[in-house]
Ligand binder design. Structure first.
Ligand SMILES: *Cc1c(COP(=O)(O)O)cnc(C)c1O
Length: 395
């Protein structure tokens, strides 16, 4: 059996996989088992924030693995304590962090925290959580219910937890808040939903309203967080002060880590929440290295330079292919090209792959770009040149 056959026989088939066999990577460049190279505009869906084969992260992981990988949360975990402090410093607010292993798990933690707030703070327990259409919050039974897309709420997996309601847009949030609403959970830029940033003033207006009603604001920064937006958090960019925010994807540069970050530090008490693996030595040490790399990258001005360069190339590209694309969307290095109605996205992605570029789909009609934040100008140039070759024969 070849590896494709082994995969199909022994791995549960929940993904529509492409059976290319990647062996190695360096920054935004990947090499497969036949020695072919690819430009990676996906970074493992926004995860490999500091690029593939990052020697500093690899070294930190090796050193840590030789000392201690894991001990459980029953003992002090020095890199975990340092990482929580670092997150608070980079964010610029006095927050506390709980460490989980993924985005969905971080969102579960945020929901638990909100529900506890709803019990402690009010006479009648507040428990309802409002989310938005086209949102994405995860694949566990609760976070899938929080996800505002009907296609995710298949009868196959019912019944789902109650207390979740999703509404069409930000305006609809106001009308749907009642005396049982404990929180509103949003992404500032909807990632899976189509790379759709919300208007800053609209978000600030919502924040003010929620504060006045004592309804919590939860910001899902699983995709937007850790410099993807250009700031450490998109929350910094939007200049808001949410009650709870969640991180995952880019935080560990590839190791599985999630985080619930909150200013309500006293709410969770001993025994309220936990995780066997969450925030262990290995992942928090790796994450500290990632944050150090990205902080320097931002402070030196290189990050912003590359953001501007990527945006200019994307705009140029859109103008060159007006037959295919309507507009450039997104911000930072969370970008998309909105496709015209007739465009077959799967075909675009396949043609790009054939020319040696990895790109993603978002929502119904958006070609999505989530390159490593450290992508070089040469890799950007190379990637767009290949995309041009891929698309020039598509009408
Ligand atoms: C990817 C994503 C999640 C889910 O993260 P997992 O690590 O796959 O559980 C949740 N929210 C947002 C906004 C995401 O982009």
């Amino acid at each position: 059996m070849n590896f494709e056959e082994i995969d199909k026989e022994y791995v549960l088939q929940t993904y529509a996989r492409n059976y290319v066999n990647f062996k190695q990577g360096k920054n935004a460049t990947l090499v497969d088992d036949k020695g072919r190279d690819y430009i990676d505009f996906t970074s493992g869906i926004g995860v490999v924030s500091v690029g593939h084969g990052n020697t500093r992260v690899a070294k930190a992981i090796c050193e840590q693995a030789n000392d201690l990988i894991h001990l459980s949360n029953l003992y002090l975990i020095e890199p975990q304590a340092k990482l929580a402090k670092k997150i608070s410093e980079l964010y610029g607010r006095p927050v506390g962090t709980f460490f989980a292993n993924s985005g969905a798990e971080a969102n579960e933690g945020a929901i638990k925290l909100a529900r506890k707030y709803g019990l402690k703070k009010f006479e009648n327990k507040r428990y309802k959580i409002i989310t938005l259409e086209h949102s994405f919050h995860g694949r566990t039974i609760t976070t899938v219910k929080a996800t505002g897309q009907d296609s995710f709420h298949k009868e196959d997996f019912s019944p789902y937890p109650t207390g979740f309601l999703y509404v069409k847009n930000l305006n609809e949030v106001y009308k749907n808040i009642d005396d049982e609403t404990v929180a509103v959970m949003i992404e500032l830029v909807q990632g899976e939903g189509g790379v759709e940033p919300f208007d800053k003033s609209e978000i600030q207006k919502l924040e003010k309203f929620l504060k006045s009603k004592e309804v919590l604001l939860i910001v899902d920064e699983v995709q937007t967080g850790v410099y993807r937006s250009g700031e450490f958090l998109a929350t910094n960019l939007y200049e808001i002060d949410p009650d709870i925010l969640t991180l995952a994807k880019g935080l560990g540069g590839g190791v599985p880590i999630g985080a619930v970050v909150t200013k309500h530090k006293e709410l969770f008490e001993v025994g309220d929440h936990g995780s066997t693996f969450g925030g262990n030595f290995l992942v928090t040490r790796a994450s500290l290295e990632v944050l150090d790399i990205l902080e320097n990258y931002k402070d030196s001005g290189v990050l912003d330079e590359h953001f501007i360069y990527f945006e200019s190339k994307l705009k140029e590209f859109k103008d060159r292919f007006e037959n295919l694309f309507l507009s450039v969307v997104g911000l930072g290095l969370m970008r998309g090209l909105r496709c015209k109605e007739h465009v077959d996205l799967s075909k675009l992605i396949q043609s790009a792959f054939n020319e040696g570029v990895l790109v993603l789909k978002a929502g119904r009609n958006t070609l999505r770009f989530l390159p490593p934040l450290t992508i070089s100008k040469e890799e950007i140039d190379n990637g767009f040149k290949r995309l041009e070759n891929a698309f020039k024969n598509i009408g």
